[in-house]
Design a protein around this ligand. Structure first.
Ligand SMILES: [Zn+2]
Length: 342
């Protein structure tokens, strides 16, 4: 879990600060304040001592790293004159923390358990194929949202605990357990969304997400906003701006959108249109675009890419009595739930 990267100096604060080297031996100890600097591939401790390229630091009773409180150990690495700070977070604490950011606490415990397995599978996949050998997953939008392990509500920790170590596998390999908020009635094929067929990520009917607040939505795109989007997509604005869906996937989602104005016409991936308009405005591609008096009335169903598990659908299934295994089997058909992470 990368906390920060690219700094040449990191300040540690704590009553007692201890640092262990890559060999696991205590390398340095101090109280109050320590400044670490990167000198090539070595870490300089308080301006004088040179240590190796890796240090595990911890504080008692607490540790502040660059002005933020950190529980547990933090690994500091020197790379070409820059320092990386990596939180050493136990997997189950990570699962509970991600879950707390991606699902409401009022979700049914079975739905939270299903999501915990999906989150863990994703994290376990990241450990098997890390982006960088030094850290497993990047905090932030690149991976799942991660905001530290403090203050995670008990319902999320319980969902992680109950499913401890369980992951989804397909033919022995960790599955790509993607999920989204609300499918709007039918999930999407990975092949349609991303151009790659994945046998357990094929469209499924879902009649369990109808109580999602975004099961149906509407967005009024103003003329001005339409022009901004068209311009961003390479179509300069004229008076006759037109935006229309020109292609659909087998589940009815928009696949192509045509934007034309002033003799310039561009047909593009609907996903590119959605990204440019804003994911929170055009919430899904299960949408219709209707011109109304110089504006566009965009109505749609669901929120997200629609592939894999529908979170509100999982909650709906749980509420009518389904267990988390049944939920996972529905949204990732043909997979199996295995007991241990690698
Ligand atoms: Zn659904």
């Amino acid at each position: 879990m990368l906390l920060s990267g690219g700094a040449t100096e990191i300040v540690l604060e704590g009553e007692t600060i201890r640092a262990w080297g890559g060999d696991g031996r205590l390398a340095a100890e101090a109280s109050g304040r320590v400044t670490l600097a990167a000198v090539g591939e070595r870490i300089r401790w308080n301006g004088s001592r040179f240590l190796g390229d890796t240090l595990d630091v911890a504080g008692a009773p607490d540790l502040r790293v660059g002005n933020r409180e950190r529980t547990g150990r933090v690994r500091i690495l020197a790379r070409k004159g820059e320092l990386l700070a990596v939180a050493v977070v136990p997997l189950e604490a990570y699962v509970a923390a991600v879950l707390s950011r991606e699902a409401p606490p009022r979700f049914h415990p079975e739905a939270l358990a299903a999501l915990a397995v999906a989150v863990r599978t994703y994290a376990a996949g990241a450990v098997v194929k890390p982006r960088d050998p030094a850290y497993d997953v990047v905090g932030g939008v690149e991976d799942q949202v991660f905001d530290g392990t403090d203050g995670v509500a008990p319902v999320f920790r319980e969902a992680a605990d109950r499913t401890r170590g369980m992951v989804v596998r397909y033919r022995g390999e960790l599955a790509r357990t993607v999920y989204h908020s609300t499918c709007g009635g039918r999930t999407e094929d990975a092949a349609s969304a991303w151009g790659k067929d994945i046998p357990y990520l094929r469209a499924q009917y879902c009649n369990d997400c109808a109580d999602s607040p975004v099961y149906r939505w509407e967005y009024r795109m103003s003329e001005e906003e339409g022009r901004r989007v068209a311009k961003a997509l390479g179509v300069p604005h004229g008076k006759d701006l037109r935006i229309a869906v020109t292609g659909r996937t087998p589940t009815g989602r928009a696949s192509r959108v045509r934007v034309s104005s002033g003799g310039v016409s561009r047909e593009l991936q609907a996903a590119e249109f959605r990204k440019t308009a804003g994911y929170a405005k055009v919430r899904s591609l299960k949408m219709e675009i209707v011109p109304v008096a110089g504006e566009w009335r965009i109505t749609g169903e669901g929120w997200g890419h629609g592939v894999g598990m529908c979170q509100y659908g999982a909650n709906g299934m749980a509420r009518r009595g389904a267990g988390y295994r049944e939920i996972l089997e529905r949204y990732y058909p043909g997979t199996e739930i295995a007991g241990e992470t690698p």
